[in-house]
Every structure is written in structure tokens, then in C-alpha cells.
Design a binder for this molecule. Sequence first.
Ligand SMILES: [Zn+2]
Length: 276
Amino acid sequence: MAAGILEDAAAISGEIAGLRHSIHAEPEIGLDLPKTQHKVLAALEGLPLEITCGQSLSSVTAVLRGARPGQTVLLRGDMDALPVTERTGVSYSSQVADAMHACGHDLHTAMLAGAARLLSARRADLAGNVIFMFQPGEEGSAGARIMISEGVLDAAGERPSAAYALHVASSVLPLGVVASRAGTAMAAADTLHVTVRGRGGHGAQPHLASDPIPVAHPARHGARPRRARRAAASGQRSDPGGVRASHRAADDGDQAVRCLRSRGAHRRHVPRGDDR
Ligand SMILES: [Zn+2]
């Protein structure tokens, strides 16, 4: 099965890089990515795949049925860009104002199309099915949830026994290096908005005002050591999760926005009465 796969990947690498550059030059944000979807469909044309497109988002689901019996596996690549202005100067720079593939999802999409090519060529040896999940709306639009509600997990007729995704980290790792870890590698992100309401007043009469900052500020900073202690207590020091907090003052209140990172469903759960 693996024989010659590196050579075959090298043989199509120019084509896959071209697809990536094309997607990069025309970035699309959110759930509606018609140009990206069109490029994916063109890249998959002629392959022995069962292809369906999303109804309420421009996703692409492609099923490859191996010639031999086996389990179903899902491979996922995200397709959406970010509201960022590109100033890289590369020849395939974004041609769209205030949109850029700054997170590397152009690579993920092109890589998944490449995987579909390579695995399709090995269909006779393939034991089981592969679902290729091209997903819009990774950047906060819950694209995966919508694709699941539209049936991506049942696309091959049976639920996948495993699902794989990856993320490029070109600013972190040198070219050619792949990193992973035991257990869950990628974090979930949840957002918690906390509003502490105060009351304005005159500087000469602070006792008549209600300043929300002394309440909001320690609450914001208190979340990090709280979670770190819980992680240490559960023996998961390598899996601390995290809290990214931002904070803005308003006339009538003081708002703290927390982005809670967690790895694994057990870390995501916040018991009531414990971590309020
Ligand atoms: Zn990303």
C-alpha cells in the first residue's frame, strides 16, 4: 500500500502546490466559499469518488470505497481564510481585500485533494472506505457541526472508526518536520463572556460610584492559575489547557472575554459550582 507513495506524492506536488496557490490568491471567509469549492471539485474530477456538496455551506464530501473490506476513516481539511490583509509580497498573494489564508487552510485543502489522488490510485489495495471532508467555516463558524448535521459522518454508510486532521505550523517548525504527541494534539476553543456592571460617578465622589474594574480584573486573571491547578491535580501537567483573556471597558460596565482552550472533552467540562 505504501510502496511508491512518496514518489507518487512528489510527482503530483507541483500540481498540488499550484492548487494551493490558486486557493491562496482567492481567499474566502466563513461558510460560503464557492470559488474554493469549485477548485476542490475540479481537483477531484475523474477520481473514483462519491461526491456530495453541502446544502447550507459550500462543503465537499467525497467517499472512496476501497476494494477490500475494512473500517471507514475520515480525513478532514478546512477551507476558509481569515479577515486579514496580506502583505507578504509572494507572487500568489491574496487578490481579495481584507482576506487572506493566514492560517494555512489553503495548504490543508490542497493536501487533502492530494491525499484523495494518492489513495484513489491505490483503491484496489485499500481495505475500507475513506471520507474526505472539505470543511468551510473552521474559523468560528462551526462548519464541522453543520457538516455533521448534514450527514458527513454517514456518507460512507457506516460511521468512521477514526477521524484525522492536521494543522500546518510553518512559523513554528522547520520545513519537513512533522510533530505530534500522545493523546489529543489540537485544542478546542470556547468563549466565555463575563460582564461586570458598574455605575459612573464624579471623581470627587468615588463612594457614590461603582467601579467594575477591581472586580473584573482579578476575575480575569484568576482563571488561569485555577485551571492550571486543576490540571496539575489531575496529573495532566502536559495538558494544561489555557485561558486567553481580553478585556474592554465600557461606560456602564467592564467586560472580560475569555477564550478557553482545552484538549479533550474531559478538559472542556466545567463542573457547576466549582469553577464559576
Ligand atoms: Zn487554522
